[in-house]
Design a binder for this molecule. Structure first.
Ligand SMILES: *Cc1c(COP(=O)(O)O)cnc(C)c1O
Length: 404
């Protein structure tokens, strides 16, 4: 079967069974290598922590590790998943409130980077076996309105994460840690995602972190700047812009020697994944509107149901189609609002035509519900354009978790 306008992502996308995601390994590697090179032009010691929650496809986790990434995890489940995908504790950055005591202890003992987020972690830390030094980081609370007003979404763009130096909490954590023998504060962690992902926000938030470091006279190994960056896109900030911004924020405090950690998710995954769906039915409901039903769903590509259009390619099976005034392309679920986009005055879509959605790798696979149609399979495309299945579609049997 031939399609008109077939994309050049992969040699045989015509033959891939739909619905499926397509993972572009070369694009993924380009992002990781590009970010690392940009940071290395400014800093001697850098690490990239791949944000697991943004796209936890095990195959992508393994690829990220092969490209030299650490795994940035925010729950005990993600910690364990990273381990199953080959990450040693010392290759893991453990963040967030949803740590378990067991994995916290294992991470501390195994030399992971652990950034404290909750007070119960202080209790766990105090009870660690004596006889050695444990390094910990602290997440610092960031109010964007105070740190970089131009990037704030509201007059009080505060955060529920980290310990605040606007209250006494950050100082309290520091003194609690100081009172423990064998515990050393080794790093500071900041992470906020701003609407426009502006480099200036990083300059300012890093400057803020540096001022807190000075205020308390901390001798740190690392500053973990978190995630929230753009990937490689035309007319958007580049990895080099972010590296310069972070460097500017630190150099005015003479702290550019710190080890710099970044935790990109969106920047590495968004452009590395596409989603392929096929038209399974077409219906004319009135003179004006044709509904085109596909085997994809907004749940696969827009789980927050916020988008109104997509970076899409329409793959017609033949080129001689009359134009239709209005075609509404919809998903396969029984949600009336599972509608993706509207085509005006475009060639008529027929059963068997395909729609490829590009740039859908961030916060999609990790947010797919088990709603009506279970998880699609994933095909990885290598540098030569050859594809192979790296996740089979899930089946009804996969979701029966009790013994039958
Ligand atoms: C979500 C998250 C990231 C990744 O954010 P992106 O916007 O996908 O880059 C990094 N660090 C932490 C702590 C996070 O919670």
């Amino acid at each position: 079967m031939m399609y008109i306008g077939v994309n050049n992502l992969c040699n045989n996308s015509n033959e891939l069974p739909t619905p499926c995601y397509i993972f572009d390994e070369a694009e993924f590697g380009r992002g990781i290598d590009g970010f690392k090179e940009a940071l290395l032009t400014r800093f001697a010691d850098v690490a990239i922590g791949y944000s697991v929650k943004t796209n936890s496809l095990p195959y992508a986790l393994r690829q990220a590790r092969l490209h030299g990434c650490m795994a940035e995890v925010v729950s005990h489940d993600e910690y364990q998943l990273a381990g199953l995908c080959g990450f040693e504790p010392r290759e893991i950055i453990y963040n967030g409130p949803m740590k378990s005591r067991e994995t916290f202890v294992e991470a501390m003992q195994g030399g992971a980077i652990v950034n404290l987020e909750t007070k119960r972690e202080l209790e766990w830390l105090a009870a660690m076996p004596a006889g050695r030094t444990y390094n910990v980081g602290i997440r610092l609370n960031i109010n964007i309105s105070h740190v970089s007003p131009k990037d704030a979404d509201s007059a009080d763009d505060n955060s529920r994460f980290g310990f605040s130096d606007e209250s006494s909490e950050f100082a309290d954590v520091l003194s609690a840690l100081k009172a423990m023998t064998g515990v050393r504060v080794a790093g500071l962690h900041i992470h906020r995602t701003t609407h426009w992902r502006e480099p200036r926000f990083y300059e300012r938030s890093v400057d803020y972190a540096a001022r807190v470091i000075e205020k308390y006279g901390l001798e740190l190994d690392y500053l973990d700047v978190g995630g929230g960056y753009f990937g490689i896109f035309p007319n958007k900030p580049t990895f080099a812009d972010y590296a310069v911004a972070i460097h500017n924020g630190l150099s005015r405090h003479g702290m550019e020697r710190l080890r710099i950690i970044v935790e990109p998710g969106n920047a590495l995954t968004a452009s590395a994944f596409s989603f392929l769906s096929e038209v399974i039915d077409v219906k004319q409901v009135d003179e004006r509107t044709r509904f085109v039903t596909t085997d994809g769903s907004r749940n696969d590509i827009d789980p927050f149901f916020r988008k109104s259009d997509y970076l899409k390619e329409i793959l017609y099976r033949d080129s001689s189609r009359p134009a239709e005034p209005r075609q509404l392309v919809a998903g396969c679920t029984c949600l009336e609002y599972d509608r993706m986009f509207t085509l005006s005055d475009s060639p008529r879509l027929e059963v068997g035509d395909r729609i490829l959605y590009n740039n859908v790798g961030a916060y999609t696979l990790t947010l797919t519900p088990q709603f009506i149609r279970l998880w699609p399979g994933v095909y990885a495309v290598d540098n030569d354009g050859n594809s192979r299945q790296v996740r089979r579609p899930s089946t009804a049997a996969d979701i029966i978790l009790f013994d039958k």
